[in-house]
Design a protein around this ligand. Structure first.
Ligand SMILES: [Zn+2]
Ligand SMILES: [Zn+2]
Length: 323
């Protein structure tokens, strides 16, 4: 992907309050470059802890910095987004993924005093197109207080693993750990049948720690087994990091598109309208008939042909011909 902005000699200023965030901050710099001059010289708060930002890096840092102009990026140091819910269930999520992502971005904005915030939220479950394979839905939002808009992009991947297993000892666990990509993919270990107050062990990335946790959890469990599952926090899940990285590029592309009506950044797909006619009986199917593109700041909408480019649907998708 290339940057379509005119090069500038201005110096980029990237402020990341935590070491290790600077590289990650580059994507935001790049995204803001794309929005120039709509959002230029503003501060973006990053409502993200864990390592989602490590996934959101760009390679061509030097060029980005040369073109970025003056920008200060703030990554609040003590942001507790776990208060909005945890993967392991100690804190239950109450909002939708969109509400949670916006709340995370606002936490970052409140901590940094900025009018722009960016945050990510992931969810896992059965793939909507096929309940027999797993799905990972990632959402990235940009909250723009001044324009009163939220730009969102999402990405669904079937390349994920959230299966769990029960084990008595580390030897029995080896095939499972190999399958999920341990130790790059971290794991959580807990008693399979847990008495109240028993601790779970998460973020485990070495064999000795897993073996120890397994022994303790199996011993504490009423049925003598430990339950082992992948730790799906982004910094412990390479597959998820890959999805977030792709999503970051998608968001950057979207922010580069300006609304034809009000020139706000982030013009793009809002929803699909189903109803592509069946090739046999011409009845509407569930396949998309049109894509609605729109602006997050104003009510401008455009109807476009869907990305699949089809004029009619295979009868296999028709509830009448293939019930
Ligand atoms: Zn049909
Ligand atoms: Zn608009």
């Amino acid at each position: 992907m290339t940057c379509n902005c005119a090069p500038s000699s201005e110096q980029a200023t990237v402020v990341a309050t935590r070491s290790g965030r600077t590289l990650a901050a580059q994507l935001v710099v790049w995204m803001v470059v794309q929005m120039k001059p709509q959002i230029f010289g503003l501060m973006v708060a990053v409502g993200i802890i864990h390592a989602e930002w490590d996934a959101l890096t760009v390679r061509d840092h030097a060029r980005v910095r040369a073109e970025a102009g003056e920008l200060a990026l703030q990554c609040p140091a003590d942001l507790d987004t776990d208060a909005l819910g945890t993967f392991t269930g100690e804190v239950e999520r109450t909002g939708t993924p969109l509400e949670t992502a916006i709340a995370k971005a606002r936490l970052g904005m409140a901590a940094s005093g900025t009018a722009l915030g960016l945050a990510n939220e992931g969810s896992f479950g059965a793939h909507p197109a096929n309940p027999f394979i797993p799905g990972n839905q990632e959402l990235l939002v940009l909250v723009d207080e001044e324009r009163g808009m939220v730009v969102q992009e999402s990405l669904l991947s079937h390349r994920t693993c959230h299966s769990q297993t029960r084990a008595l000892d580390i030897d029995a666990l080896q095939p499972y750990l190999q399958r999920i990509g341990f130790p790059r993919q971290g794991v959580i270990v807990r008693p399979a049948v847990a008495p109240a107050g028993v601790h779970l062990y998460k973020g485990l990335t070495d064999w000795t720690t897993v073996a120890n946790a397994l022994g303790m959890c199996a011993h504490a469990s009423e049925d003598g087994h430990a339950l082992v599952q992948p730790d799906l926090r982004a910094h412990l899940s390479p597959l998820r990091m890959r999805v977030i990285r792709r999503l970051g590029w998608r968001m950057a592309e979207r922010l580069a598109r300006l609304c034809p009506s009000c020139a706000s950044p982030g013009f793009g797909r809002l929803e699909s309208r189903s109803g592509l006619p069946c090739a046999w009986c011409a009845e509407p199917t569930r396949l998309p008939l049109a894509e609605i593109q729109g602006c997050s700041a104003c009510s401008h909408r455009e109807t476009r042909p869907p990305a699949h480019g089809l004029r009619e649907a295979d009868a296999g998708y028709c509830d009448r011909c293939n019930p």
